[in-house]
Write a new protein. Structure first.
Length: 482
């Protein structure tokens, strides 16, 4: 049977000490029989020589070999299944003011967001990380297969939330390297650089950094060679400090040459979805692949051995390995997790046994009150952190800060909880929330006495995602400077 395999072949290493033990045991017995006659040996050991057809040493050796074979996990193919390859994609997204240019309609920024979100929605293979860069580079999200969260982050990004203007693509590439380096050596890597500008000096630096590492980099260019002026969201056009209009032109020649030297492709943002989808269709390593699921047969060996162990006078000692080890199924399906990944959050919450995962499902469904209730039933750093996020969504800023504090107390190194806590504390100091709440309620009550409208208005007081993103990036930039 060519398909017969061992799931844990390293267990056969145990045969080496077993062979040594059997050899020395047999050698000792031979030496005793060689130097002392059988009738004298019986007197010395106070026992009469026994004649047995069973060689107990050999029987124990065979018994032990069978145990080791069971531990090695003999298995045969049972079925085939589809599995995703371990593809890790890093998106580097330029966020300079030039992204407001409108040579692409309605703007470069709007077009880029639309195309990336469409790509993430259609291609859900592997994990994706997101880095935004302007004058500084920031990790918006580490590797995740939750593309819904990535889409939320991308929607919140715009040049105004970035701490510095500019296009520091070199730092962005090095930041991507810090995410890729901890991965397994055999992980598949893809880097997508979205930018509308690149200088020759920057190109030379990223080539020198990336090429020795052999990471494939595709460059997605945004904008046109002719470019356009840059309308600002607050009105007017972007100008130099001397008052001259700035025309944002995309350097296609530099971008094409750089992509070629990096072993990647130059992709037009307007054709992003088609280009990358074609790549997945052409490359079997990036798509779902068929894998063999094996059925383990260890129990067919273990159960007879348990009965055989009882034949020995002290066979109960040999039952210990069987109590410690029992073969697990090589194929298991988590129904709740499948429902969660399919976006059926209510059904997933009903199926999960773990309260934190129940809370996660309700959080994804936007039912923050129920998520808070589930998170409150677990006393772990992650559950308190998630509860803080849910409380912040409902506008309960002070309660959210308390939840983050509880997470930090249980895990003093929980940096995400510290960052979110600092953001909310800064927001509270600047906003004088309690005074504003009282003022708003009083004003609305005077108008028509409708307290519901007052409360609905208060729910809108916490900052929107873009503003929170801005504070998060500013905090990261401050920590770098320190």
């Amino acid at each position: 049977m060519t398909d017969f395999i061992f799931l844990r072949p390293y267990a056969f290493v145990l045969l080496l000490p077993l062979l040594a033990l059997f050899y020395f045991s047999s050698l000792k017995k031979i030496k005793q029989q060689s130097y002392i006659s059988a009738h004298l040996l019986a007197v010395l050991t106070k026992s009469a020589p026994k004649k047995s057809k069973l060689n107990m040493s050999l029987l124990l050796f065979i018994f032990s070999c069978l145990v080791i074979t069971a531990l090695a996990g003999p298995a045969i193919p049972q079925k085939t299944a589809l599995a995703k390859n371990d593809l890790h994609t890093v998106i580097l997204l330029g966020m300079d003011n030039t992204m407001y240019a409108d040579d692409l309609k309605p703007s470069r920024l709007a077009m880029t967001k639309q195309k990336i979100n469409a790509y993430l929605t259609k291609n859900k293979t592997g994990n994706t990380a997101l880095i935004a860069f302007s004058g500084s580079a920031h990790v918006i999200s580490p590797f995740t297969d939750d593309h819904g969260t990535l889409t939320h982050f991308i929607d919140a990004l715009n040049p105004s939330v970035m701490p510095e203007a500019g296009s520091n693509v070199v730092d962005a590439m090095k930041l991507a390297g810090s995410l890729i380096t901890p991965l397994k050596p055999d992980s598949q890597i893809k880097i997508l650089l979205f930018t509308d500008q690149l200088t020759t000096l920057q190109a030379e630096k990223i080539i020198n950094y990336v090429k020795p590492l052999n990471w494939p980099v595709d460059i997605v260019f945004i904008g046109t060679a002719d470019g356009s002026v840059i309308p600002l969201p607050e009105g007017g056009l972007l100008r130099t400090h001397t008052g001259q209009l700035i025309v944002a032109k995309t350097p296609l020649t530099v971008l094409t040459d750089t992509a070629s030297k990096l072993g990647g492709k130059l992709i037009d943002i307007t054709k992003l979805e088609k280009s990358l989808t074609d790549d997945f269709a052409a490359d079997d390593s990036n798509t779902l692949r068929e894998v063999i699921v094996y059925k383990e047969l260890s129990y067919f060996i273990l159960f007879p051995l348990i009965l055989a162990a009882l034949l020995f006078r002290r066979g109960y000692i040999l039952l210990i390995p069987f109590v410690i080890y029992f073969p697990e199924s090589s194929y298991a399906k988590d129904i709740a997790l499948d429902l969660y990944k399919q976006g059926q959050y209510q059904q997933a919450a009903d199926t999960f046994q773990d309260y934190t995962w129940k809370g996660n499902a309700m959080y994804r469904a936007g039912k923050f009150s129920q998520a808070i209730e589930f998170y409150g039933k677990d006393n772990t750093p992650v559950s308190h952190y998630n509860r803080g996020n849910a409380l912040a969504h409902t506008g309960k800023i002070k309660e959210a800060i308390i939840a983050y504090n509880q997470a930090i107390q249980l895990n003093p190194n929980f940096q995400e909880a510290k960052d979110n806590k600092n953001i909310l504390e800064i927001w509270l100091k600047k906003q004088s929330t309690e005074d504003k709440d009282d003022e708003v309620i009083a004003t609305l009550q005077k108008k028509n006495g409708n307290i519901e409208k007052a409360l609905n208005f208060l729910k809108a007081l916490p900052e929107e995602s873009g503003n929170l993103m801005q504070k998060r990036l500013q905090l990261q930039q401050k920590n770098k400077a320190n």
